[in-house]
Write a protein that binds this ligand. Sequence first.
Ligand code: HEC
Length: 128
Amino acid sequence: MWRSGGARAAIVVFLGTLAACGGDRPPTEHSTPAPADARARGESIYSVRCAPCHGASGGGDGPAAAGITPKPRNFRDPDFWRGRTVEQLRLVVHQGKPGTLMPPFEGVLSSAEVDDVVGYVQGFRPAS
Ligand code: HEC
């Protein structure tokens, strides 16, 4: 008697597990739209890799900025954005900027991570 009951309970648990996995549908908590994910990834990369120089809110005033010449860029400055393309931003993050302390992130960040962090930096662009 306990055996069949146990087997039925096991099946219920098994079906419950299947339902939790959602079959071909991703579970609800992971169905955040991609742009929000990219932004969250960009933000965490930025806060570790860029904020020490460029500042947590992009003002070019991170804790390391004081000792740096030329100063890290201020992403809040409308002039910075004039004529600047996403390709240029990606390139400079990959290769760094010769003659400045802007380091190359080639080999440190993947291309996808560079895209994410550049996307995040674009969020500092002031409306103008
Ligand atoms: C060690 C300090 C430092 C770190 C860390 C750093 N930067 Fe920079 N960054 C600079 C300096 C210095 C410049 C050059 C400013 C200038 O040209 O006047 C610069 C310039 C830039 C520019 C503008 C380049 C141009 O075309 O003028 C971008 C975009 C940029 N950084 C993005 C980033 C991103 C994204 C990160 C993190 C992945 C990062 N930086 C990390 C110091 C830093």
